[in-house]
Design a protein around this ligand. Sequence first.
Ligand code: ATP
Ligand code: MG
Ligand code: MG
Ligand code: MG
Length: 582
Amino acid sequence: MALHMSSLFLRTLREDPADAEVPSHRLLVRAGYIRRVSPGVYTWLPLGLRVLRNVERIVREEMNAIGAQELLFPALLPKEPFEATGRWTEYGDNIFRLQDRKGADHLLGPTHEEMFTQTVKDLYSSYKDLPLSIYQIQTKYRDEARPRAGVLRGREFVMKDSYSFDVDEAGLDKSYQLHRDAYVRIFDRLGFHYVIVQAMAGAMGGSKSEEFLATAEVGEDTYVHCTSCGFAANVEAVRVPAPDPVGWDGVPAAHAEDTPDTPTIETLVAHLNERFPRDDRAWEAGDTLKNVLVTLVHPDGTREPLAIGLPGDREVDEKRLGAQVEPAEVEAFTEADFAANPALVKGYIGPGALGSEGSTGIRYLLDPRVAEGTRWVTGADAPGQHVIDLVAGRDFTADGTIEAAEVRFGDPCPNCDHVLEGARGIEMGHVFQLGTKYAEALDLKVLDQNGKLVTVVMGSYGVGVSRAVACVVEGNYDESGIIWPRELSPADVHIVAAGKDEALFVKAEEIARELEVQGLSVLVDDRKGVSPGVKFKDSELIGVPTILVIGRGLAEGKVEIKDRRSGERREVAVDDVVAALT
Ligand code: ATP
Ligand code: MG
Ligand code: MG
Ligand code: MG
């Protein structure tokens, strides 16, 4: 049955919602796809649900095509399996925890490695059962520090997660490749531009891992890429433990009051020159020093790029660091405080230290654990635009680790030495070789061909299904509204009955029925007492790719077909319209 604007549970809004920072959020709310319930928690209205289901359909088709089997786990999970893998603690504040009436701990699943592993263990025991790929499309819960941009970063969101089970690494490589290929097909069909980058393994553990990032300025991920050989990596590509914070002269921050000199920029520069002379020239104060990138060359030749930041302005710090930084600390990072009261300064330098335009903190001194023979060389001097915008919670975490970048803008490409460029993206999918981490923790073993017990080798693969809806909009809109790619649109054709004459409405219904017989889905604007102008505006906002206007021309047997994306209009004879649209 065609959808009818006269009865559709929908109100389009003329005004942008006050909390909308990015186009997709603004447009999805205004066009009546989603409605906010609380930060990061949204209701899918009828049109939105249709789009969400379309994304699910594409994902499902491509997962089924590689032989993965769909199942469905609960979201409400017991604590024990997560304790067995350490993630009950590791997740910290990022998961929703709750207790039942008997006081037993539960959580709302943020991802389901534990549950899948456990269930395979329950049911399977032989290599003959493998390989196996199973998946679900399910609601996940994460108490994100900064829920943002509507459904782009929700606290409740829909994810497709699959898991592969193989008897050995070679099997895992195959399962991984199958998923990776399926993801390429999924994201091609979703209709946005993306890049595949090397990724860090994060809280999942394991080794090989790649992300599918939709290229978008509003993205929270930063990646580097080489225009010469195609190398691309998320700047979070390695994760290393943060050193204990040390004061400006290497003294632990707790003793910063004992520092002999006032750490003005000049003394800092003098200090750097003395302790860490650069190969080619001395450290300089001012803009050159701000956000300088240096590379730490370890005795074994491994290179570790670092950024050095100077105190920045408070507003920038707060915006960047958000909830993760105590106000007192932010204050300590302002230029004035730095000059006036060295004891406030709790800076340290660590691998992947913070640095950004205006800078986000003082990370300027040495990790005390740096080995003998370590050498500092100049990286790119990178004031302002070359320094990467780092985000607390992503680049460094509450559990005291810094997720450091292996490579930075301006660094030579690890493959070909060409200079790396940087850009931003939205993480749409993530493929991981987990290895045996979860199978070991939960004791998932099978008998191999020789009757020997071996630990199962796993992979895990996620797609942000609800995030994809927003992401598609980020890549497909103009000043009038959304422009859906056909596969995702809530309807194939939006028929506008533009006028008062009853014959227009009758014809609209007739064409709608005929189009439906041909397998198209139709949205009919059959509202009476609503002006054509308002109807046109709504049709552009809603973003169905083909708009069919039935108006004054009908008297002469003509209707108008408008292409939402190009804006191109053409008149066709009313009798030819079904043929023209199918
Ligand atoms: P991000 O880096 O954006 O926080 P993630 O690396 O934590 O994502 P994964 O654990 O890899 O996410 O989850 C798989 C997929 O789920 C992601 O690639 C992303 O598309 C989606 N996703 C993750 N967190 C959210 C969220 N808060 N809201 C919507 N989708 C999300
Ligand atoms: Mg995350
Ligand atoms: Mg990520
Ligand atoms: Mg990820």
